[in-house]
Design a protein around this ligand. Structure first.
Ligand SMILES: [Zn+2]
Length: 414
């Protein structure tokens, strides 16, 4: 028994020309064939009519934080919610993300106090207990004492209570922190190469680990079979992380020409998160941000779009990432319009969120395109995103691994 999707317009492999009037055959959660024309169903087959829709692979966001959502109540919630409450809250974020068409995400770090919520959520989604995207999780962000990944802004005894297993100082500390994340179940290792915007200390956005600490983090992760990614704004930290062998750069706000050359030479991926930049710049005007954060938000926010223009023009591989959790979960697709504003074509932006993101996750043989053998992660839109990229804000049909989670309005019979 198969499921047949009748696709009016089919972007099977973003980056290549669309196909028209094709049938996607799905068996046991995977795509088994793509056929020209609308195939006739055999007895027992289920037919999903998307003949008036644009059908494309499920979207992939390489930078989210499902266990939190920044806003005026964020600081109090951090000390009010138990790890169990955080996990349930995160499940709601995961559901919103899936229904927005994102069938896979990479979660790049929990806050102190979240316990093992992200790993529990990843596993619960995989088992089908709760609806959500397929999750690749980094666990705690590896950060030095006083660095961007460490809880701050409370009384020091409260800060320490919310301390994270990612805290690392010195070579031994860095090795241990990476090993602890892998032991907890991390699929990726995320570390802070520089200061960050949402840290309530005036630590700026420059380098935060020494070169030998970067090397210790990356070498340990690679030895244990995990890719690494660096949160990085300042050029000094970006370049030090690149020289130490990092696999990708998040944000990359102040990357200079030398950093761009290093990224090209080492084939390092850029995950721009322009939506985070736009969000914090807007929040800086709302008045709830502490002064140390407000200053950085206004400085870094608008810079990220400009940086994406440069990195894209230089030919650096871009993987789609939003930093959702800074922005609201489920609004991930807002990133697309910003990518196009930065100079990417709609097709390039879609490829960044599908096949290039899948390659970046090391999972391109399973997801990222609609091809036989891969998971049936498929979405549909009423309007063509190649004509208007904002069409991706209205995903009206979502399938993950062959299971339909959101039904198109015109599909009342399924
Ligand atoms: Zn982030």
């Amino acid at each position: 028994m198969a499921t047949l999707i009748l696709a009016g317009t089919l972007l099977a492999k973003p980056g290549e020309e669309p196909l028209y009037r094709h049938t996607i055959r799905i068996e046991a959660g995977r795509i088994s064939a793509i056929e020209k024309g609308f195939a006739a169903a055999a007895t027992g087959d289920e037919v999903i009519d998307l003949s008036d829709q644009v059908v494309l692979p499920g979207l992939i966001d390489c930078h989210v934080h499902l266990t939190s959502e920044f806003g005026p109540t964020h600081k109090i919630l951090t000390v009010e919610e138990s790890a169990a409450a955080i996990a349930l809250h995160a499940a709601a974020h995961a559901r919103a993300t899936l229904l927005a068409g994102f069938t896979t995400v990479r979660d790049l770090g929990e806050l102190g106090g979240a316990g093992d919520a992200i790993f529990a959520l990843r596993n619960a989604v995989a088992k089908g207990y709760v609806p959500g995207p397929r999750i690749f999780a980094a666990g705690a962000v590896i950060s030095p004492t006083g660095g961007h990944g460490i809880t701050c802004g409370y009384r020091e005894d409260i800060n320490l209570l919310l301390d994270s297993s990612g805290r690392a100082d010195g070579i031994d500390g860095c090795r241990l922190a990476v090993r602890r994340q892998v032991h907890r179940g991390a699929d990726f290792i995320k570390f802070v190469a520089t200061g960050g915007v949402l840290t309530d200390t005036a630590t700026g956005t420059g380098q935060q680990f020494f070169a030998d600490e970067f090397e210790a983090i990356i070498a340990t992760a690679h030895m244990l079979g995990r890719r690494t990614t660096a949160h990085a704004h300042g050029a000094d930290g970006i370049k030090a992380a690149l020289r130490a062998g990092v696999d990708s750069i998040e944000h990359g706000s102040f990357m200079d020409d030398e950093a761009i050359e290093l990224m090209l030479a080492r084939k390092v991926v850029h995950v721009p998160t322009t939506l985070a930049g736009a969000t914090v710049a807007a929040q800086a005007k709302d008045g709830f941000l502490p002064e140390a954060i407000r200053k950085k938000a206004l400085e870094v926010g608008p810079q990220i779009l400009h940086t994406l223009s440069r990195s894209h023009k230089a030919g650096i591989r871009i993987a789609f990432g939003t930093d959702s959790g800074v922005s609201r979960h489920g609004e991930n697709a807002k990133e697309f319009a910003l990518m196009v504003e930065a100079g990417m074509s709609p097709m390039e932006a879609i490829a960044a969120a599908t096949r290039h993101a899948a390659e970046h996750l090391g999972f391109a043989d399973q997801i990222g395109t609609i091809e036989p053998g891969k998971f049936a992660d498929i979405i549909a839109l009423a309007r063509n995103p190649l004509k208007d990229i904002r069409a991706l804000l209205d995903v009206n049909w979502v399938m993950k691994a062959g299971v339909v989670y959101k039904h198109a309005q015109s599909q009342s019979h399924i």
